[in-house]
Design a protein around this ligand. Structure first.
Ligand SMILES: CC(C)(COP(=O)(O)OP(=O)(O)OC[C@H]1O[C@@H](n2cnc3c(N)ncnc32)[C@H](O)[C@@H]1OP(=O)(O)O)[C@@H](O)C(=O)NCCC(=O)NCCS
Length: 156
């Protein structure tokens, strides 16, 4: 299992991961992921050459970043791959001077069970929920956004 920077040859595999998670990603997400992979930093986790997960992070100023996407192939969730992928992403961001990382996901008040595991994932990896915003600009109404942050280093 290897985590490495994304390359354009990985695009179809990443979109395949997205397509395999219909409880999490609406059909329009594939286009957004493709666009974001083209303009932000991406990483993949691969098993013997097969891409089984990916993550995308955007710079937010010189010392901030936002996790835009993180996904692991449906049949391989809960086996530590996401943790390994995120660990590499955060290490790389920290090495580039990033101190604070933001992640937005569906808030618990939405009452949608699939995202309970997603919030547990972020919380178990050091992300702290600091706000809930509804409606969040750009998100469909009725999808309260949980705002998570994690510190990678001191800011003061
Ligand atoms: C979120 C995601 C990237 C995490 O990757 P992963 O490989 O499943 O995660 P890991 O196995 O490394 O971590 C497991 C943790 O996540 C949670 N988790 C992951 N899958 C779970 C599942 N099927 N059921 C319950 N909890 C789960 C648990 O809290 C678990 O913590 P623990 O190991 O301390 O018990 C992946 O599950 C995924 O693609 N989910 C669907 C898409 C998604 O929600 N993406 C994030 C959008 S903001």
């Amino acid at each position: 299992m290897v985590v490495r920077p994304w390359s354009p040859a990985d695009l179809d595999a990443c979109l395949g991961v997205v397509a395999g998670l219909p409880d999490f990603f609406t059909p329009d997400v594939a286009g957004q992921v493709a666009m974001d992979l083209g303009r932000h930093r991406g990483w993949v986790i691969a098993d013997g050459g097969e891409v089984v997960g990916f993550a995308v992070a955007a710079a937010r100023g010189s010392r901030g970043a936002e996790m835009l996407w993180a996904a692991v192939e449906a049949s391989r969730r809960g086996q530590g791959l996401g943790t390994r992928l995120l660990g590499r992403v955060l290490d790389d961001l920290a090495a580039g001077g990033v101190r604070v990382v933001l992640a937005k996901t569906l808030d618990g008040s939405a009452g949608y069970p699939p995202y309970e595991a997603t919030r547990a994932f972020w919380e178990g990896r050091g992300f702290v929920q600091v706000d809930t915003i509804d409606p969040l600009p750009g998100w469909q109404p009725g999808n309260p956004s949980a705002i998570y942050v994690a510190a990678l280093g001191p800011t003061r």
